[in-house]
Design a protein around this ligand. Sequence first.
Ligand SMILES: Nc1ncnc2c1ncn2[C@@H]1O[C@H](COP(=O)(O)OP(=O)(O)OP(=O)(O)O)[C@@H](O)[C@H]1O
Length: 623
Amino acid sequence: MSTNVNTEPRHRRTSSGDNKPEGQMNERFVYKDDDAIEKPFNWKQLTRLISYMRPYAKQILPLIALMMIIGTATKLAVPFLTSMAIDKAIDPDPSVGTPSLTMLYQITIIVLVLYIIQWITGIFRIKYTNIIGQRVIYDLRADLFRHIQRLSFNFFDKRPAGSVLVRVTNDVNSLQDLFTNGVVNLIIDCVQLFGIVIILLLINWKLGLAVIVTVPIMFFISTKLRIRIRRAWQEVRTKNSRINSHLNESIQGIRVTQAYTQEEENMKFFDHMNKDSKKSWDKASAMNQGFGPLIEITGGFGSLILFWLGATLIQQGQLTIGLLVAFAQYVGNFWEPINRLGQMYNQLLVAMASSERIFEFIDEDPNIKSKPNATKLPQIKGDIKLENVVFEYEKGRQALKGINLDVKAGQSIALVGHTGSGKSTIINLLSRFYDISDGKLTIDGYDIRDVEVESLRHQIGIVLQDTFIFSGTIRDNIRFGRLDATNEEIEEVAKAVGAHEFIVQMPNGYDTEVEERGNMLSMGQRQLLSFARALLADPRILILDEATASIDTETELKIQEALKLLLKGRTSFIVAHRLSTIRHADHIVVLDHGRIIEEGNHQALMKEKGTYYGLIEAQYRFL
Ligand SMILES: Nc1ncnc2c1ncn2[C@@H]1O[C@H](COP(=O)(O)OP(=O)(O)OP(=O)(O)O)[C@@H](O)[C@H]1O
């Protein structure tokens, strides 16, 4: 029942007060369950969901409808033939005729043929519904992924990665049932129920009415019980997801746990969740076991009414034995669709919640996008101008408070300052990951909000501190910079930045597979790979965020060499804490709380003996 991906990845622990008795345990572990499992029925949303079937409606739906009609007709014909077999072939009224074995054989063969037809149409119906279901899910997942990729940084700022992941996996999967079985079964069941009601009333309206009256009661019991059982299982799933989530976090953070000897505390937390999961499983399982017998008892009660009233009507000569048997079969057939409709209702409630979450994402407008009349940014020289740039991530909290910078093409600018002073924010604005709140930001005189986003980002290369390595080969990772690069070009840039040496020493050289995030590579190696990636892209503007913060001196020398090459002839912004990286910069900008407090080259700033001088001094003292 459990899934690998967590539906509730966010859990929050209150501060740990040790050694509380078991009864108080719950207060210690507060979870934040903010993703509703089910939502009320919503027609608009359902029609939007069903509209995903439209592309396939013409091709596949008629086939499904045909199979459905044939299947239902054959199913409904069988009880009628049974009644004929009893009343005409086995025990006919002496005034009508004598028993006939030949007739019995003929009816049996017809019934057999009908069963075969029903079986074959069933196979094809399932096949076609599966095809349509899979295609719809494929389209929905693709739509969602395409859209998520376009969403702006501020969208991801507000959500943990886990919740985004869950929408593309769990929520889409939970719609799978609805499309593969649900919608088609809903139609079949309604048609079947309608057909049975008509037939029952035609056979004997009194008996028919007596039986039909019990239907809403059966439906109510079945649906209500199912909802409770499903909720109980959902609870089990949620609890298991929490265990998965905690396991994941524990394994990822095992080093920190052991270093701070928090194993015992972690175990207590795990044990609490484990017990919780067991308790919820016991509850769900007990409910499940009670469901079957209860349904049987209710069904038995219906049969009791049927046979009691039926026998009375036979005695009064208003009904034949054959018709009573057929009646009983039709009533038996009643159960199946009613049961399924109950299930379907359940499915719909879950689908409502999932689809609401999916559509919430699909409807989210990427707030960074090209204007309708945006022009392509031509090949740039690399002049950058910031005029009174103000920026706030959240309303009312300015991260930049009026930045003025005039950078000439080819210049290298170093941004320095204490943590949180706004360095990364400036470089985020240059690539237009966020839009400035006030002021003006131009590149070669073009306001970056007026040009196509792609044409802008295409000409800017970024090397971040946490260099992201994708799973794939080393070659693929470098090629990420320019997809049409040849193998020779890839090796050329790797040699230029000094990465070639370590790459060829790897088991499969450039074709060595690296894990997601490049865990098998050292920080310095990852850095060199991302330099190679940036050099391959050959952008006019290059941004390096803390690019040399976490490497040893030897690698740093190598990287210094690579950097010289990388920066040559480009406008570059370097955010670095290391003196060696910035001292050669043409212009150093010192930031503090979102403002520029000093600027100039290394020598000038050192002479000034201000904040920059202090930072450098502090670094030397520290070393
Ligand atoms: N995504 C975000 N959402 C809200 N506030 C943010 C976000 N990113 C940064 N900030 C805030 O903006 C301010 C500037 O942050 P920024 O990341 O630019 O600092 P920085 O100088 O690069 O710091 P560091 O040297 O630690 O990387 C900080 O107060 C920070 O809390």
